[in-house]
Design a protein. Structure first.
Ligand code: ZN
Ligand code: ZN
Length: 311
Protein backbone atom coordinates (compact mmCIF):
# COMPACT_ATOMS: atom_id res chain seq x y z
CA UNK A 1 0.00 0.00 0.00
CA UNK A 2 1.08 3.47 -0.78
CA UNK A 3 -0.12 6.58 1.08
CA UNK A 4 0.06 10.19 -0.15
CA UNK A 5 -0.79 13.00 2.26
CA UNK A 6 -2.65 15.51 0.08
CA UNK A 7 -3.80 17.88 2.79
CA UNK A 8 -2.48 18.08 6.34
CA UNK A 9 -3.95 21.33 7.62
CA UNK A 10 -6.68 21.78 10.20
CA UNK A 11 -9.87 23.71 9.56
CA UNK A 12 -8.14 26.56 7.74
CA UNK A 13 -5.60 26.07 4.94
CA UNK A 14 -2.21 27.79 4.82
CA UNK A 15 0.07 28.47 1.85
CA UNK A 16 1.93 25.27 2.78
CA UNK A 17 -0.89 22.99 3.89
CA UNK A 18 -4.19 22.10 2.21
CA UNK A 19 -7.25 20.98 4.17
CA UNK A 20 -7.71 17.27 4.84
CA UNK A 21 -7.26 14.57 2.22
CA UNK A 22 -5.28 11.33 2.13
CA UNK A 23 -4.85 9.10 -0.93
CA UNK A 24 -4.23 5.39 -0.45
CA UNK A 25 -3.28 3.23 -3.38
CA UNK A 26 -3.66 -0.52 -2.95
CA UNK A 27 -2.88 -2.89 -5.79
CA UNK A 28 -3.80 -0.31 -8.41
CA UNK A 29 -6.98 0.86 -6.71
CA UNK A 30 -7.17 4.40 -5.39
CA UNK A 31 -9.06 5.38 -2.27
CA UNK A 32 -9.51 8.95 -1.11
CA UNK A 33 -10.08 9.71 2.56
CA UNK A 34 -11.79 13.09 2.87
CA UNK A 35 -11.55 15.74 0.20
CA UNK A 36 -10.93 19.23 1.54
CA UNK A 37 -11.01 22.24 -0.75
CA UNK A 38 -8.38 22.02 -3.48
CA UNK A 39 -7.89 18.25 -3.22
CA UNK A 40 -7.97 17.82 -7.01
CA UNK A 41 -5.07 20.25 -7.46
CA UNK A 42 -3.10 18.38 -4.82
CA UNK A 43 -3.74 15.16 -6.75
CA UNK A 44 -2.30 16.85 -9.85
CA UNK A 45 0.66 18.40 -8.02
CA UNK A 46 1.66 15.14 -6.43
CA UNK A 47 0.77 12.97 -9.44
CA UNK A 48 -1.35 10.49 -7.54
CA UNK A 49 -3.52 9.69 -10.54
CA UNK A 50 -7.19 10.58 -10.83
CA UNK A 51 -8.82 7.16 -11.09
CA UNK A 52 -10.33 7.10 -7.61
CA UNK A 53 -12.96 4.41 -7.15
CA UNK A 54 -13.95 5.01 -3.52
CA UNK A 55 -14.15 8.13 -1.39
CA UNK A 56 -14.47 7.84 2.38
CA UNK A 57 -15.86 10.90 4.15
CA UNK A 58 -15.21 11.11 7.89
CA UNK A 59 -17.69 13.93 8.56
CA UNK A 60 -19.33 16.87 6.84
CA UNK A 61 -17.26 19.80 8.10
CA UNK A 62 -16.20 21.97 5.17
CA UNK A 63 -12.48 21.30 5.51
CA UNK A 64 -13.20 17.62 4.73
CA UNK A 65 -15.73 17.82 1.89
CA UNK A 66 -15.49 21.12 0.01
CA UNK A 67 -13.13 19.51 -2.50
CA UNK A 68 -15.85 17.11 -3.65
CA UNK A 69 -17.78 19.46 -6.00
CA UNK A 70 -14.63 20.50 -7.87
CA UNK A 71 -13.30 16.98 -8.18
CA UNK A 72 -16.65 15.65 -9.41
CA UNK A 73 -16.93 18.50 -11.91
CA UNK A 74 -13.48 17.75 -13.35
CA UNK A 75 -14.36 14.06 -13.72
CA UNK A 76 -17.52 15.20 -15.48
CA UNK A 77 -15.54 17.43 -17.88
CA UNK A 78 -13.25 14.51 -18.57
CA UNK A 79 -16.23 12.32 -19.52
CA UNK A 80 -15.62 9.89 -16.72
CA UNK A 81 -17.81 6.83 -17.07
CA UNK A 82 -16.63 4.65 -14.20
CA UNK A 83 -18.81 4.78 -11.11
CA UNK A 84 -17.55 6.21 -7.85
CA UNK A 85 -18.76 5.34 -4.37
CA UNK A 86 -18.85 7.91 -1.60
CA UNK A 87 -19.03 6.45 1.91
CA UNK A 88 -20.31 8.89 4.48
CA UNK A 89 -21.68 8.85 8.04
CA UNK A 90 -25.32 7.84 8.49
CA UNK A 91 -27.71 10.73 8.05
CA UNK A 92 -25.50 12.76 5.69
CA UNK A 93 -26.52 11.35 2.29
CA UNK A 94 -28.69 14.35 1.46
CA UNK A 95 -25.89 16.83 2.13
CA UNK A 96 -23.45 14.81 0.02
CA UNK A 97 -26.03 14.76 -2.79
CA UNK A 98 -26.40 18.54 -2.45
CA UNK A 99 -22.63 18.99 -2.71
CA UNK A 100 -22.44 16.83 -5.83
CA UNK A 101 -25.25 18.65 -7.61
CA UNK A 102 -24.51 22.16 -6.32
CA UNK A 103 -23.91 23.46 -9.88
CA UNK A 104 -27.30 22.20 -11.00
CA UNK A 105 -26.12 19.17 -12.99
CA UNK A 106 -26.03 15.47 -12.30
CA UNK A 107 -22.58 14.01 -13.03
CA UNK A 108 -22.15 12.02 -16.24
CA UNK A 109 -21.13 8.94 -14.25
CA UNK A 110 -22.89 7.01 -11.48
CA UNK A 111 -22.24 8.20 -7.94
CA UNK A 112 -23.30 5.82 -5.21
CA UNK A 113 -23.64 7.33 -1.75
CA UNK A 114 -23.26 4.73 0.98
CA UNK A 115 -24.17 5.71 4.52
CA UNK A 116 -22.13 3.95 7.20
CA UNK A 117 -22.28 3.66 10.97
CA UNK A 118 -19.54 2.56 13.35
CA UNK A 119 -19.00 -1.20 12.99
CA UNK A 120 -20.17 -1.32 9.36
CA UNK A 121 -18.05 -2.72 6.58
CA UNK A 122 -18.09 0.24 4.19
CA UNK A 123 -16.30 -1.69 1.46
CA UNK A 124 -15.79 -5.45 1.11
CA UNK A 125 -12.85 -5.79 -1.23
CA UNK A 126 -12.54 -9.60 -0.99
CA UNK A 127 -9.03 -9.78 0.45
CA UNK A 128 -9.56 -6.68 2.54
CA UNK A 129 -12.26 -4.58 4.11
CA UNK A 130 -12.67 -0.91 4.86
CA UNK A 131 -14.47 -0.71 8.18
CA UNK A 132 -16.10 2.34 9.74
CA UNK A 133 -15.41 2.92 13.42
CA UNK A 134 -16.54 5.31 16.10
CA UNK A 135 -14.84 8.67 16.59
CA UNK A 136 -15.72 11.58 18.88
CA UNK A 137 -15.97 14.97 17.19
CA UNK A 138 -19.06 17.05 17.95
CA UNK A 139 -20.50 16.06 14.58
CA UNK A 140 -21.76 12.82 13.09
CA UNK A 141 -18.41 11.27 12.31
CA UNK A 142 -16.63 7.99 11.67
CA UNK A 143 -13.06 6.89 11.09
CA UNK A 144 -12.04 4.22 8.58
CA UNK A 145 -9.74 1.21 8.87
CA UNK A 146 -8.37 -0.66 5.87
CA UNK A 147 -7.95 -4.22 7.15
CA UNK A 148 -6.38 -6.89 4.98
CA UNK A 149 -7.05 -10.60 5.49
CA UNK A 150 -4.21 -12.86 6.54
CA UNK A 151 -2.26 -14.18 3.59
CA UNK A 152 -1.47 -17.86 3.04
CA UNK A 153 1.63 -19.16 4.70
CA UNK A 154 4.86 -19.40 2.75
CA UNK A 155 5.20 -22.54 0.60
CA UNK A 156 8.48 -24.37 1.13
CA UNK A 157 9.17 -25.46 -2.41
CA UNK A 158 12.60 -26.83 -1.65
CA UNK A 159 11.29 -29.12 1.06
CA UNK A 160 8.35 -30.23 -1.11
CA UNK A 161 10.55 -31.06 -4.05
CA UNK A 162 13.77 -32.33 -2.53
CA UNK A 163 12.83 -33.76 0.86
CA UNK A 164 9.36 -35.08 0.18
CA UNK A 165 9.80 -35.78 -3.51
CA UNK A 166 6.58 -34.12 -4.65
CA UNK A 167 6.46 -33.31 -8.35
CA UNK A 168 5.86 -29.61 -9.05
CA UNK A 169 2.30 -29.17 -10.33
CA UNK A 170 -1.26 -29.22 -9.05
CA UNK A 171 -0.20 -30.91 -5.79
CA UNK A 172 1.63 -27.71 -4.83
CA UNK A 173 -1.42 -25.49 -5.12
CA UNK A 174 -3.55 -28.09 -3.33
CA UNK A 175 -1.13 -28.11 -0.41
CA UNK A 176 -0.84 -24.32 -0.44
CA UNK A 177 -4.65 -24.17 -0.26
CA UNK A 178 -4.62 -26.33 2.86
CA UNK A 179 -5.46 -29.75 1.39
CA UNK A 180 -3.46 -32.98 2.01
CA UNK A 181 -1.95 -34.74 -0.99
CA UNK A 182 -1.40 -38.47 -1.51
CA UNK A 183 1.77 -39.42 -3.33
CA UNK A 184 2.18 -42.35 -5.74
CA UNK A 185 3.71 -44.54 -3.01
CA UNK A 186 0.69 -43.95 -0.77
CA UNK A 187 2.35 -41.44 1.56
CA UNK A 188 0.04 -38.61 2.60
CA UNK A 189 1.60 -35.16 2.90
CA UNK A 190 -0.18 -32.70 5.17
CA UNK A 191 -0.19 -29.01 4.21
CA UNK A 192 1.50 -28.04 7.51
CA UNK A 193 4.59 -29.97 6.38
CA UNK A 194 5.30 -27.55 3.56
CA UNK A 195 3.22 -24.44 4.30
CA UNK A 196 4.20 -21.97 7.01
CA UNK A 197 1.75 -20.22 9.35
CA UNK A 198 -0.60 -17.60 7.83
CA UNK A 199 1.02 -14.20 7.49
CA UNK A 200 -0.84 -11.17 8.81
CA UNK A 201 -2.14 -8.56 6.35
CA UNK A 202 -1.79 -4.84 6.76
CA UNK A 203 -3.93 -2.35 8.62
CA UNK A 204 -4.08 1.37 7.87
CA UNK A 205 -6.33 3.57 9.98
CA UNK A 206 -7.62 7.08 9.31
CA UNK A 207 -9.41 8.82 12.18
CA UNK A 208 -10.53 12.09 10.64
CA UNK A 209 -11.20 14.68 13.35
CA UNK A 210 -11.51 13.23 16.83
CA UNK A 211 -10.83 13.51 20.53
CA UNK A 212 -8.86 10.60 21.95
CA UNK A 213 -11.34 7.73 22.11
CA UNK A 214 -11.63 3.98 22.68
CA UNK A 215 -13.06 3.40 19.21
CA UNK A 216 -9.73 4.38 17.72
CA UNK A 217 -7.72 2.17 20.10
CA UNK A 218 -9.77 -0.84 19.00
CA UNK A 219 -9.72 0.00 15.31
CA UNK A 220 -5.98 0.66 15.33
CA UNK A 221 -4.94 -2.54 17.15
CA UNK A 222 -1.49 -3.47 15.81
CA UNK A 223 -2.01 -1.04 12.90
CA UNK A 224 0.87 -0.63 10.50
CA UNK A 225 -0.06 3.03 10.15
CA UNK A 226 -2.38 5.20 12.23
CA UNK A 227 -3.23 8.60 10.74
CA UNK A 228 -4.58 10.57 13.69
CA UNK A 229 -5.93 14.04 14.39
CA UNK A 230 -3.17 16.15 16.00
CA UNK A 231 -4.63 19.62 15.70
CA UNK A 232 -2.90 21.04 18.74
CA UNK A 233 0.22 20.87 20.90
CA UNK A 234 -0.04 20.36 24.66
CA UNK A 235 -0.39 24.11 25.31
CA UNK A 236 -3.91 23.90 23.86
CA UNK A 237 -5.02 20.62 25.39
CA UNK A 238 -8.15 22.15 26.83
CA UNK A 239 -9.04 23.75 23.53
CA UNK A 240 -8.57 20.39 21.83
CA UNK A 241 -11.18 18.86 24.12
CA UNK A 242 -13.60 21.75 23.59
CA UNK A 243 -13.38 21.54 19.81
CA UNK A 244 -13.43 17.76 19.44
CA UNK A 245 -9.78 17.37 18.50
CA UNK A 246 -6.59 15.82 19.89
CA UNK A 247 -3.14 17.00 20.80
CA UNK A 248 -0.10 15.32 19.26
CA UNK A 249 0.65 13.76 22.64
CA UNK A 250 -2.88 12.39 22.98
CA UNK A 251 -2.60 10.89 19.49
CA UNK A 252 0.65 9.26 20.62
CA UNK A 253 -0.99 7.83 23.74
CA UNK A 254 -3.75 6.31 21.62
CA UNK A 255 -1.19 4.89 19.18
CA UNK A 256 0.71 3.31 22.07
CA UNK A 257 -2.36 1.73 23.56
CA UNK A 258 -3.34 0.35 20.18
CA UNK A 259 0.16 -1.01 19.56
CA UNK A 260 0.39 0.83 16.24
CA UNK A 261 3.75 0.74 14.49
CA UNK A 262 3.69 4.16 12.87
CA UNK A 263 1.80 7.33 13.68
CA UNK A 264 1.15 10.13 11.19
CA UNK A 265 0.06 13.35 12.90
CA UNK A 266 -2.26 15.46 10.81
CA UNK A 267 -4.92 18.20 10.73
CA UNK A 268 -2.48 20.71 12.23
CA UNK A 269 -3.80 24.06 13.40
CA UNK A 270 -2.46 27.18 11.61
CA UNK A 271 -1.27 28.20 15.05
CA UNK A 272 1.67 25.82 14.60
CA UNK A 273 2.68 26.88 11.10
CA UNK A 274 6.42 26.28 10.81
CA UNK A 275 6.53 24.43 14.13
CA UNK A 276 5.84 20.91 13.03
CA UNK A 277 8.88 19.61 14.92
CA UNK A 278 7.22 20.74 18.15
CA UNK A 279 4.23 18.45 17.60
CA UNK A 280 6.53 15.65 16.49
CA UNK A 281 8.66 16.06 19.60
CA UNK A 282 5.66 15.94 21.93
CA UNK A 283 4.40 12.78 20.24
CA UNK A 284 7.82 11.10 20.18
CA UNK A 285 8.28 11.62 23.91
CA UNK A 286 5.35 9.27 24.40
CA UNK A 287 5.09 6.97 21.41
CA UNK A 288 7.22 3.81 21.23
CA UNK A 289 6.90 3.52 17.45
CA UNK A 290 7.70 5.99 14.71
CA UNK A 291 5.80 9.31 14.88
CA UNK A 292 5.97 12.00 12.21
CA UNK A 293 4.08 14.97 10.91
CA UNK A 294 3.89 14.73 7.12
CA UNK A 295 3.95 17.74 4.82
CA UNK A 296 1.52 17.94 1.94
CA UNK A 297 2.81 15.68 -0.80
CA UNK A 298 4.73 13.36 1.52
CA UNK A 299 4.42 9.71 0.51
CA UNK A 300 4.83 6.51 2.39
CA UNK A 301 4.92 2.81 1.59
CA UNK A 302 3.23 0.41 3.96
CA UNK A 303 5.03 -2.95 3.78
CA UNK A 304 3.58 -6.20 5.12
CA UNK A 305 4.24 -6.84 8.82
CA UNK A 306 6.70 -9.61 7.89
CA UNK A 307 8.76 -7.03 6.04
CA UNK A 308 7.69 -8.00 2.54
CA UNK A 309 7.02 -5.20 0.10
CA UNK A 310 3.92 -5.23 -2.03
CA UNK A 311 1.51 -2.76 -3.44
ZN1 ZN B 1 -11.39 19.21 10.23
ZN1 ZN C 1 -14.27 18.62 11.89
Amino acid sequence: MHVTFLGTSGAVPTTMRNPSAVMVRREGERFLFDAGEGTQRQMMRFATGFAVSQIFVSHLHGDHVLGLPGLIQTWDFNDREEPVAIHTPAGTRRRIRDLITVTGNEPSFPVRVNEVSPGDVALDGGEFEVRAFETDHRATSVGYAIVEDDRKGRFDREKAEEELGIEPGPAYSKLHNGEPVELDDGTVVQPEQVVGPPRPGRRVVYTGDTCPTEGVVEAAEDADLLIHDATFAEDRRERAGQTGHSTAKQAAEIANRAGAKRLALTHVSTRYAGQSERLEREAREVFDGEAFLPDDGDELDVPFPDGEGGD
